[in-house]
Design a protein around this ligand. Sequence first.
Ligand code: AMP
Length: 215
Amino acid sequence: MVFVIKGKSIILFGPPGAGKGTQSGLISTMTGKPQVSTGDMLREAVTDGSEVGREAKSYMDRGLLVPDEIIMQLIKMRLSRDDAMGGLLFDGFPRTIPQAMALETLTDVSMVISLVVGDDEIVSRITGRRTDPETGEIYHLEYKPAPQHIRGRLLQRDDDTEDTVRNRLSTFHKQTAPLSDFYREKGILIEIDGSGDIKQVSSSIEAIIDAKSGE
Ligand code: AMP
């Protein structure tokens, strides 16, 4: 069943490696809202070799945030597409208070689902993370092993090494974590324990979306 919360966007929030990319498909299917990941958009720009991509890469490789102006340009372009009319599911955006404030002028946000996971678990999750370039499916060497026949083609993201992960976490705590308070004060923050296994976290998310759709 598809629950459309019309015209309003949803934010999937959490530190890098909290499982946002893994859980976003479920939320997108349940709500009918297209998933938008600024990280994916930036990686595409890097692969295309565009000017935005070249500039973004220098920040991404160091585990730093890409400047707000670049991110807001991407978001404005995405929101202008027809399929954004019913709201979008943002994954990895906003990541700073100025981004959150700019978003307020562009779309209504109905809920912010925050996946809470501790730093040590994140480091182990991210360094074992591998992506299938053909399907975009995310695997983990230990927690979600890929089928044997596709293992040879799996890729590790350039910024998924331990040093960069530590920098990304420190960036998260300094610049992004304050957004929890921003959305808590608005009464739309829903915190979920993201440390369980994938299915457990999915069930918690499902229960919340069911409950919100019935309101
Ligand atoms: P992600 O795939 O969401 O972990 O993003 C990978 C990298 O892209 C981050 O470490 C940042 O360098 C950059 N990035 C993604 N989304 C944003 C954003 N909303 N604001 C600033 N930088 C971003």
